[in-house]
Design a binder for this molecule. Structure first.
Ligand code: TPP
Ligand code: MG
Length: 683
C-alpha cells in the first residue's frame, strides 16, 4: 500500500524556491560540532557525515508535525546509530519542535533535554531510546509491523487513517550487530514495505577502517533477506538520496535498504574520513578550520534565518495533521465505534470493564482450584484476556508449543495476512526489541515468550524496555531445574535474580493458577514498565486462599499461610511455595508455628508502604527464603550470610540433566531440608 498523500509535502511545493540544501546540511554540521565542542564530549562525525541524508529525508519526505510529536499518523523516525544524537537534536530544533537552542547548548548536561543518546520521554520527537547499536533497527521493525496491522484493522474503504512510514538510520555498528540480522531477516519475510532503512556506509567505526573487521556485501545480504536494496548512493548528494527514498516509496512489497556512501565528519579538514571524527570533540582549532572550510561565517550556535526558514516544518506539519484530523472526523462520523476504539488503543488504555473482568477470571481460577503448570495457567490467562484486548499481540521465539503464548484466537502474522501472533523464529533479542517497537508505536500490548534461560539473549532489550518504562510483557517459562532432563544449559539458576536487578522491571514468579491470573492482570495494567512472568514447565499445586489474600497478590507478597504465634517466616516464590507450605505443615505438626509468605513479585512488594511490608514480614521474626535459584538475591530479605536468623534454600551452581523430581531432591529442595533450615534460624 502506498501512502495517500492528500496533503502536499514541502518537497512538492513549487511556489517557493527550493531551500539551499548546502545551507541546511551545514546548519546541522555547525550545531553538531558546536554542541559537542561545548560539552567537550559526544560524536560529531556521524551528524556531519549524514547531514545531506537528513536533508533529503527530513526536508523532503518525513511527514511529521513538530507541534504535536504524538500525532498518531506521523512517520516514525529512529536513529539506530544513537551516538549521532546531535543529528536528531539539530533536526528537531531546526524543524520547529519544542527544543530550544538552549537545550542544544546544554548537550549531555544533567537535566537537559539533549542526553548523550536519544532517550524516550526526554526530548520531544524522540520515538525510542537508542545507543546500544542495532536495537533501533529492531524497534523500527516493530513500529512498521504495528503500522501494517493497525492499518488493516482500522482503515475502511475511502478512509485511510493509518498510513505512515518508519524510517531508520543505521551505521556500520548496527549492521555488525547480530540483532540487525535477526530483525531485518524477519522484516524481509514479513514484507514490511513501509520500513526504510538508510545505512551510513562510511567505512569507519571506533577502531578505524572497518575493512579490517567488516567486509560483508551489505546490499547482497539485504537482498538475500528479500529487501529492496538501493546500493551505492552518494550520501552527500541530496537529490540522489531523495531519489532512493522515492524508489523505496514505489516499492510496495518489501522493506528498503538505502546504502549511502558517506564521509564521517565531512567538513572537518583534518578529521573527516577518520575514526577521530567518531567520538570526540573536534577541538577549538579544528572547529574554526571547519567553519572556514565550509564557509560558515556564523558564530557558535547562531543559525541564519534562511536556514531556519528552509528547515521549518511547522506549517507543513500543521497542514498534515489538520488534514488527518479532518479525515479522522469523517471516519468517526461513519464508524464511531471504531474511532473510539482507535483512540483507546493509541492511548494505551484498557477497556473500562477490564478490572471487573480480571477479578472475575481470578475468582474462576480460584473456584477451579487446578494444580497445573504455571505456563499452562498463563495460557489460560491469555485465553481469558485476549478476546477483550485486541491490542494483545503474542509471539514466541520458536517455542510456542512450550511457552504457551498462543490461544484459541491466535492467528499468525505473515507477509500476506494480518494476525495477532508473530512467529519470531529463533530470534530472542530481535523479538524483544521488536515487541518494544510495537509498544512504542502505540496500539498494542505485545507479549513474547521463550525459555527463561534464553532471556539472556534478549537481556539488553529487556533493559531498554525498562529504561523506557514501556509496557512489554515477557513470558519466560521453564524457570528452574524444574524443567528436568534438558539439563543445565536450559535450567535457569541466576536469571530470576539477574532480571530482578534491572530497575523499573517487574519480575513475577507466580506459584499457581490464581497468582498467575493476578500476575497477568498486573502486567497488563502496569503501563510504566515491562513485566516478566517466570513460569514453570512442571505442574504446581493449587493453594486455597481467602478473597483478601487473592486481592493481596497484587501487592507483590502476602501472607499465604499464617500461624498463631509464628516463630519464623518462610518466604517462597513460584514452584517452591509448595515446599514452604509443606514445611509449614510439618513444623506445625511438630509444634513449631511458622508463617508462609508468597512473594511473586519482589519489586512490587518493595513499593508497598512500610506498614504493609512490616505486616507481611515482621521485623524480629527469623526468615528463610526458598527459591530454586541463586541465594544472593534473597539476602536483602533474610539478612547476611553470617546472620544466624536468616537462611536461604537455593542453588548456587548449575543444574544437572535428570527428571525434575530427582533434581529437586538432589539439590535439597525437599520439605525436610526447608524444615531443617527453619530450625537452624531458630537457633
Ligand atoms: C551494542 C553496542 N556496542 C558498542 C557500542 C559502543 N559504540 C558506539 S558507536 C560504536 C562504533 C559504531 O560505528 P558506526 O556505527 O560505524 O558509527 P560511525 O563511527 O560511523 O558513526 C561503538 C562500538 C554501542 N554503542 N553499542
Ligand atoms: Mg561507520
Amino acid at each position: 500500500m502506498t501512502a495517500s498523500l492528500s496533503v502536499p509535502h514541502p518537497a512538492s511545493k513549487t511556489h517557493q524556491p527550493p531551500p539551499d540544501t548546502r545551507l541546511l546540511a551545514d546548519a546541522i554540521r555547525a550545531l553538531a560540532m558546536d554542541a559537542v565542542q561545548a560539552a567537550n564530549s559526544g560524536h560529531p562525525g556521524m551528524p556531519m557525515g549524514m547531514a545531506e541524508i537528513a536533508v533529503a529525508l527530513w526536508n523532503r519526505h518525513l511527514r511529521h508535525n513538530p507541534a504535536n510529536p504524538h500525532w498518531p499518523d506521523r512517520d516514525r523516525f529512529v536513529l539506530s546509530n544513537g551516538h549521532g544524537s546531535m543529528l536528531q537534536y539539530a533536526l528537531l530544533h531546526l524543524t520547529g519542535y519544542a527544543l530550544p537552542l538552549d537545550e542544544l547548548k546544554h548537550f549531555r548536561q544533567l537535566g537537559s533535554a539533549t542526553p548523550g543518546h536519544p532517550e524516550l520521554g526526554l526530548t520531544p520527537g524522540v520515538e525510542t531510546t537508542t545507543g546500544p547499536l542495532g536495537q533501533g533497527i529492531a524497534n523500527a521493525v516493530g513500529m512498521a509491523l504495528a503500522e501494517r496491522l493497525l492499518a488493516v484493522e482500522f482503515n475502511r474503504p475511502g478512509h485511510t487513517i493509518v498510513d505512515h512510514r518508519t524510517y531508520v538510520f543505521a551505521g556500520d555498528g548496527c549492521m555488525m550487530e547480530g540483532i540487525s540480522h535477526e530483525a531485518c531477516s524477519l522484516a524481509g519475510t514479513l514484507g514490511l514495505a513501509k520500513l526504510v532503512c538508510i545505512y551510513d556506509d562510511n567505512g569507519i567505526s571506533i577502531d578505524g577502517q572497518v575493512a579490517g573487521w567488516f567486509t560483508d556485501d551489505t546490499p547482497m545480504r539485504f537482498a538475500a533477506y528479500g529487501w529492496h536494496v538501493v546500493p551505492d548512493v552518494d550520501g552527500h548528494d541530496v537529490d540522489a538520496v531523495d531519489a532512493a527514498i522515492r524508489s523505496a516509496h514505489a516499492t510496495t512489497d518489501r522493506p528498503t535498504l538505502i546504502c549511502c556512501k558517506t564521509i564521517i565528519g565531512r567538513g572537518s579538514p583534518t578529521r573527516a574520513g577518520t575514526q577521530k571524527a567518531h567520538g570526540e570533540a573536534l577541538g577549538e582549532k579544528e572547529v574554526a578550520l571547519t567553519r572556514e572550510a565550509l564557509g560558515w561565517t556564523y558564530p557558535a550556535f547562531e543559525i541564519p534565518q534562511a536556514a531556519y526558514d528552509g528547515w521549518n516544518a511547522r506549517e507543513c506539519g500543521e497542514l498534515l495533521e489538520s488534514d488527518w484530523n479532518r479525515r479522522f472526523a469523517a471516519y468517526e462520523a461513519e464508524y464511531p465505534a471504531l474511532a473510539t476504539e482507535f483512540r483507546r488503543r493509541l492511548a494505551g488504555e484498557l477497556p473500562p470493564d477490564f478490572a471487573a473482568h480480571a477479578a472475575a477470571f481470578a475468582a474462576r481460577q480460584n473456584d477451579k482450584a487446578e494444580s497445573i503448570a504455571t505456563r499452562k495457567a498463563s495460557q489460560q490467562a491469555i485465553e481469558a484476556f485476549a478476546p477483550m484486548l485486541p491490542e494483545m499481540i503474542g509471539g514466541a521465539a520458536d517455542l510456542t508449543g512450550s511457552v504457551f503464548t498462543n490461544w484459541s484466537g491466535s492467528k499468525a502474522v505473515s507477509a500476506h495476512s494480518p494476525g495477532n501472533y508473530v512467529n519470531f523464529g529463533v530470534r530472542e533479542f530481535a523479538m524483544t526489541a521488536i515487541a518494544s517497537g510495537l509498544t512504542l508505536h502505540g496500539g498494542f500490548i505485545p507479549y513474547v515468550g521463550t525459555f527463561l534461560t534464553f532471556s539472556d539473549y534478549a537481556r539488553n532489550a529487556v533493559r531498554m524496555a525498562a529504561l523506557m518504562r514501556i509496557r512489554t510483557i515477557l513470558v519466560y517459562t521453564h524457570d528452574s531445574i524444574g524443567l528436568g532432563e534438558d539439563g543445565p544449559t536450559h535450567q535457569s539458576i541466576e536469571h530470576a535474580a539477574a532480571l530482578r536487578l534491572i530497575p523499573q522491571l517487574d519480575v513475577w514468579r507466580p506459584c499457581d493458577t490464581v497468582e498467575t491470573a493476578l500476575a497477568w492482570t498486573a502486567a497488563l495494567e502496569h503501563r510504566r514498565g515491562p513485566s516478566c512472568l517466570l513460569l514453570t514447565r512442571q505442574s504446581v499445586s493449587f493453594n486455597p486462599r481467602r478473597a483478601d489474600q487473592i486481592e493481596a497478590i497484587r501487592r507483590g507478597a502476602y501472607v499465604l499461610v499464617d500461624a498463631e504465634g509464628a516463630r519464623a517466616t518462610i518466604i517462597a516464590t513460584g514452584s517452591e511455595v509448595a515446599l514452604a507450605v509443606g514445611a509449614q505443615k510439618a513444623l506445625a505438626e511438630a509444634g513449631l508455628p511458622v508463617r508462609v509468605v508468597s512473594m511473586p513479585c519482589c519489586s512490587v512488594f518493595d513499593r508497598q508502604d512500610a506498614a504493609y511490608r512490616e505486616a507481611v514480614l515482621p521485623r524480629g521474626l527469623p526468615r528463610v527464603a526458598v527459591e530454586a535459584g541463586v541465594t544472593d538475591y534473597w539476602r536483602k530479605y533474610v539478612g547476611a550470610v553470617d546472620d544466624p536468623a536468616g537462611a536461604v534454600v537455593g542453588i548456587d551452581r548449575f543444574g544437572e540433566s535428570a527428571p525434575a523430581a530427582v533434581l529437586f531432591k538432589h539439590f535439597g529442595f525437599t520439605v525436610d531440608h526447608v524444615v531443617a533450615a527453619v530450625r537452624s534460624v531458630l537457633g
